[in-house]
Design a protein around this ligand. Structure first.
Ligand SMILES: [Ca+2]
Ligand SMILES: [Ca+2]
Length: 287
């Protein structure tokens, strides 16, 4: 898959934001709706959006004239609100891409989908949708059972340096981890992470099960973390809080039909210090 080249931004529920907002960004933005306190792993408000406070901090120049000017600019670029869900579309050429197949990565939910031809988003009334759009399609894992450390993830975040393949997290440098070890048991394959971490794989609806032996690596036994497996926006496995003293836990997630799968590590509620979290012998089975 080619690396992401464009961040597509669509503003407003009914109108397409022209690429003139930025050369490479499209947003779907309008006034917020009350947040729903859903325990679905998503932030209760979008992590990105139009945030005047960060820019102005209510300095004197942030006055009615400026606010009206911003609103007028939105309207000039075709941004308006409606009270109904609307489909907002653009073309590849409008955002500087070529080809006919594209991958849309939802920057809020972290879900991923593919499309051909027109690029569009279904935008709730007064809602927000943000996609990173890249040309081409990601590749699903091959048929059979694959070690996740042998596959290419589509995105990864990690709380202390990068995610390590087939070794523990170690410190901040890449490749400085040790043999994956949980409760004295060593592993030659797996992923070494550190809370807070999230690793996303594209499955393309072709995979059924993800399994791993999870736990705090022996290199930092005082850590604590929670291991979760997500199929698109649904959590399908949760380890509960694991400490170094508990050793490993075998975790299984049903990812049948999922377009994407995420391995998530949280801090266990007590901060990220020493949270060296291993996904040992982590495998996915696909057809
Ligand atoms: Ca490292
Ligand atoms: Ca912790």
């Amino acid at each position: 898959m080619r690396p992401p080249r464009r961040l597509l931004a669509l503003l407003g529920a009914t109108a397409l934001v022209a690429a003139s907002l930025t050369a490479s960004t499209v947003y779907v933005v309008s006034s917020p709706v009350p947040a729903l306190a859903l325990e679905n792993g998503l932030a209760r408000t979008p992590p990105m959006g139009f945030n005047n406070w960060n820019f102005t901090q209510c300095r004197p120049e942030f006055n009615e004239t400026l606010v009206k000017g911003i609103a007028d600019a939105f309207v000039r670029h075709g941004l308006r609100e409606t009270d109904a869900t609307a489909t907002v579309s653009t073309s590849a050429s409008a955002i500087g891409l070529s080809g006919s197949s594209f991958t849309l990565f939802d920057l809020w939910s972290k879900s991923r989908r593919t499309t051909t031809g027109a690029i569009s988003a279904s935008v709730p009334a007064h809602g927000v949708v943000m996609y990173r759009v890249s040309a081409g399609r990601p590749t699903a894992p091959p048929a059979g059972t694959s070690q996740l450390s042998n596959l290419t993830w589509t995105s990864a975040t990690n709380g202390w340096g990068p995610v390590e393949r087939d070794r523990s997290n170690g410190e901040q440098a890449a490749g400085d981890g040790r043999t994956l070890t949980i409760g004295g048991q060593t592993f030659t394959k797996g992923l070494g992470t550190h809370a807070a971490s999230s690793i996303t794989y594209f499955l393309g609806g072709r995979c059924s099960t993800v399994v791993a032996d999870v736990g705090i690596d022996d290199e930092k036994t005082t850590g604590s973390a929670v291991f979760q497996i997500w199929r698109d926006g649904t959590k399908v496995a949760d380890s509960g809080v694991r400490t170094g003293a508990q050793g490993l836990l075998h975790l299984t997630g049903n990812v049948s039909g999922g377009t994407t799968m995420r391995l998530v590590v949280t801090d266990g509620g007590d901060g990220i210090n020493n949270d060296h979290a291993d996904w040992a012998n982590a495998r996915v089975t696909c057809t």
